[in-house]
Each structure stands twice: as structure tokens, then as C-alpha cells.
Design a protein around this ligand. Structure first.
Ligand code: ATP
Ligand code: MG
Length: 440
């Protein structure tokens, strides 16, 4: 992508409305724009990151055996009257009427709708277990939308829903998502700690929130510090192994970890003082097992091996991609801007032409841009006629992991500089060496 033809509206000034660093940097880097309170557009740079986050989430959901579909954002109130939640949900739900005066709503979550899909076609235990997910916009009329897309009113969620014949089966499904979440957050460059959680308005029996430690987090959390170094389940984890997944769950729940709602002072004080971590955290994922809470009122049942009908045991599993993007920035930035983990960076490499219009600089940059693009890299080429200082500041701000800098003096020697955004280390090398370094 040539920057001169791209749309990346960088802000020079610090936006006054931004209270936390991720919000400030997302606005300054031209990733998002607020359209009305708690409702955002994702501008091209932000959209690239969001898409990469979603690709990793999707990959790990698929690995764990979940199946993607897509459900609508607008739902009929009838389904929610069946479950009893239409009245129970309160003001967070945006209620709408269509032209026939039929009550509709903008979905804050999808348990009812997916239960309806399930009951319309699954009749036998032989079709279980089943886990269906989508990545879709939600709307919750939050009392205090704030911190940009960290807590917005319209936001994206990956929500998965599992269906099993028995409680034991449902616990295995829960453990699959538990392990998939550990892997997902790790691939996003984050350390998320599962913490025992309150089951809230969705209601339920077993629930964990996945929390990233950050000073700007809205939750107060307490945990054993060893969680920071626990091993993440590997790519070859067998998601069909009941014992294997139970062992992962047992290990990751063996030490104290709870949010303030579930905090047990006495249990926490039993942790050796030097191992206690009390901090603030950002909730990036939340998983629930809630048994037959929806299947009973909505009549979602299957025939079991005993020939009888059984209400299915369900769970639901959410991750917030539009919250994850700022959470990643909270965890990875410096005074100059964002430092993207390679897995979600909007571009792999930025090529900086320090003197656009200078034939040797232009030729060198074009050569590098073409070679790296051909090798499948996402390359941003800063071909604008801005001053070199402005270009360096922009490249640091938008956090692309590698900068290849071509200035007249180095280019005259057939060389460029390669800068690592994270460490700031710079290395001069031949143009060929710079290309070969990133071409596998
Ligand atoms: P919170 O306590 O932060 O309001 P929640 O418990 O209401 O979250 P869930 O219903 O469990 O959230 O939703 C699953 C995930 O969706 C959350 O873990 C979070 O990542 C994301 N999410 C929820 N509400 C918002 C929001 N207002 N803005 C952005 N992401 C959100
Ligand atoms: Mg909420």
C-alpha cells in the first residue's frame, strides 16, 4: 500500500476526550472515528488490525471444533419473550419497532436465536456435541460507554454456543473453549488469566472471565503471580481428549484467581504474601456453562440413547475483538506510539522514503516495496513528500514492527537502514540483505 494513496488520517494533537493511552493512540493513528456516543467507525488501519484479530480468533475456534455461521443483528422480541429475558434484560437492550409495529431488538447476545436454530433441526444425541459461533456486532446501551472501543455501545463479539446431551459432555465443551481461549490470547501477544466469575444476567453454573492485567483496567482482580508464567496449550493439543483438556483446566484453575465480585479475602490471604498479585484488569473474554436455562423454556431437546427426550445442556463463550484491539495497545506501546505484536500488525513492514523525488531513493524504495509485496508481505510504502522527521514519527505511532529506511546517503552506498520498532535497534545493510531478511 502506497501511503500517498491510502486513507490514514493521523492526528498531530492529542485528542482531549481520550482518557487512556489506547484510546488516544487509536485516534491519533487514524484507526477509529466516533460517530455518536459509544459508536465507532473502523478506519482502514484499524480495520486491518481488527481483521487480523478476528482471523486468529476464528482459527482457534475452528481448531477446537466450533463451526462458524452468521446470525443477524436484529432479532424479534418474541424469542426473548420465550426465554423470559425480554423483560429481564433492562435498559441495556435497544428496543425497536418495525413498520408493522412489531417489537424488535438489536441483539446484545444470541442465546435465544441460536437455541431457536438448534431446536428447529437437531433432534438426536447423535448430532451432538455441537458448537456454533459467529463474529457479529452487538449493541448494549451501556450506562458509561468510555475509553473508545474498550467499552462501546455497538461492539463486535465472537460468541459461541455449545450443545451437549449431558452435563459431563457440556463440561468437555467448556474445557475446549477454555483451552482455545488460552491459545487465542497468547497468539494475540497477550497474557490473559482465567478468573472465577459471577454468572450475571446470563445466569449459570460455571463461569470464567479471561482478564489481562493493565493499570487502566476497569476490574479489580486478585490472583497468584505464577499465572503470569504458566505454559499455554500447544498447537497439537487434542481437543477430543477429555482427560487432556480436563488437565489443562485443572492446572489453570489450581491457583487463586478472582475478580472483585467473586473475591474471597480469606482464600487470597492463604496465598503466600510474595505470590499475591492484586491488580487491575481488562476482561477480554467470558465463558459460561448454564445447563438447561434456555433449552427448557425454549423446548430444545434431543432424543437420547435411552430413547427418551432430554433438554440439551448449553454453554456460551464470548470474546470482544473491538475491546481486544485497545487491550493489545494498553499492553504494548511506548511514548512514541503503538508497538504491534507481529501477529496483528496492520502491516508487516513500512518502507520509508526519506527523500521522495530523489531518483536513487525512489528506485530503491520501489524495488524493496515490489520484492516484499511479491513475497506476500503486507507492506506500507511511505512515498509522500512529508519531511523525514514526520515520516519517522508516523511510522513509530502506527507501530508497524519493522521499518526499512532509505535515505540519500545510505542509498548512494547501496544500503538502507532496518529498524526494529520494539527495541529501536537500527542496522545498516545492503538493499539485497534487507530484502532477503524478510523473504523466507
Ligand atoms: P463487562 O463486564 O465488561 O460489561 P460483560 O460481562 O457484560 O462485560 P459478556 O456479556 O461476557 O460481557 O461479553 C463477552 C465479551 O464481549 C466480553 O468479555 C468483552 O470482551 C466483550 N464486551 C462486552 N461488553 C462490551 C462493550 N460494551 N464494549 C466492548 N466489548 C464488550
Ligand atoms: Mg457488560
Amino acid at each position: 500500500m502506497r501511503l500517498s494513496r491510502y486513507f490514514m488520517p493521523i492526528l498531530k494533537e492529542n485528542p482531549k476526550e481520550a482518557e487512556i493511552v489506547s484510546h488516544r493512540l487509536m485516534l491519533r493513528a487514524g484507526m477509529i472515528r466516533q460517530q455518536s456516543q459509544g459508536i465507532y467507525s473502523w478506519l482502514p488501519l484499524g480495520k486491518r488490525v481488527l481483521d487480523k484479530v478476528n482471523a486468529i480468533i476464528r482459527d482457534e475456534q475452528n481448531r477446537a471444533g466450533a463451526i462458524e455461521l452468521s446470525m443477524p443483528t436484529l432479532q424479534s422480541a418474541e424469542l426473548w419473550q420465550e426465554s423470559g429475558r425480554y423483560d429481564a434484560y433492562g435498559k441495556e437492550m435497544l428496543r425497536i419497532k418495525d413498520r408493522q409495529d412489531r417489537p424488535m431488538l438489536y441483539g446484545p447476545t444470541n442465546e435465544e436465536m441460536v437455541t431457536d436454530i438448534f431446536r428447529s433441526s437437531v433432534k438426536s444425541y447423535k448430532d451432538l456435541p455441537l458448537n456454533l459461533y459467529h463474529i457479529q456486532l452487538k449493541f448494549r446501551d451501556e450506562i458509561r460507554p468510555r475509553f473508545g472501543t474498550m467499552r462501546s455501545r455497538e461492539f463486535m463479539m465472537k460468541d459461541a454456543y455449545s450443545f451437549d446431551l449431558t452435563r459431563e459432555g457440556a463440561e468437555h465443551s467448556y474445557n475446549k473453549m477454555f483451552a482455545a481461549y488460552l491459545r487465542t490470547f497468547d497468539r494475540l501477544g497477550l497474557r490473559a488469566i482465567p478468573m472465577r466469575a459471577d454468572t450475571g444476567p446470563i445466569g449459570g453454573k460455571l463461569s470464567h472471565e479471561f482478564i489481562i492485567l493493565a493499570d487502566t483496567g476497569e476490574s479489580e482482580v486478585f490472583c497468584h503471580k505464577d499465572f503470569v508464567d504458566f505454559d499455554i496449550p500447544g498447537a497439537h493439543t487434542d481437543f477430543d481428549s477429555v482427560e487432556g483438556l480436563q488437565a489443562i483446566f485443572d492446572k489453570w484453575t489450581s491457583l487463586y484467581a478472582a475478580t472483585s465480585e467473586m473475591h474471597d479475602e480469606a482464600a487470597f490471604n492463604a496465598v503466600p504474601e510474595g505470590d499475591r498479585l492484586s491488580a487491575r484488569g481488562i476482561e477480554v473474554g467470558h465463558i459460561f456453562y448454564f445447563g438447561t436455562k434456555y433449552s427448557e423454556p425454549m423446548g430444545a431437546k434431543v432424543q437420547g440413547p435411552d430413547g427418551k427426550e432430554h433438554f440439551v445442556h448449553m454453554g456460551s463463550y464470548g470474546i470482544g475483538p473491538t475491546r481486544l484491539v485497545p487491550a493489545i495497545i494498553e499492553a504494548s506501546h511506548d511514548d512514541n506510539g503503538i508497538i504491534w505484536p507481529a501477529s496483528v500488525a496492520p502491516f508487516d513492514i513500512v518502507v520509508i522514503n526519506m527523500k521522495a523525488g530523489d531518483q536513487a531513493c525512489d528506485d530503491t524504495c520501489e524495488l524493496i516495496y515490489a520484492a516484499l509485496t511479491k513475497a506476500g508481505k503486507d507492506v506500507l510504502y511511505d512515498d509522500t513528500d512529508d519531511r523525514a522527521g514526520t515520516k519517522f514519527a508516523t511510522a513509530d505511532l502506527i507501530g508497524v514492527p519493522v521499518q526499512i529506511i532509505a535515505g540519500p546517503r545510505a542509498v548512494a552506498n547501496g544500503e538502507v537502514e532496518v529498524k526494529d520498532r520494539k527495541t529501536g535497534a537500527r542496522q545498516t545493510m545492503t538493499i539485497e540483505a534487507a530484502i532477503n531478511r524478510f523473504v523466507a
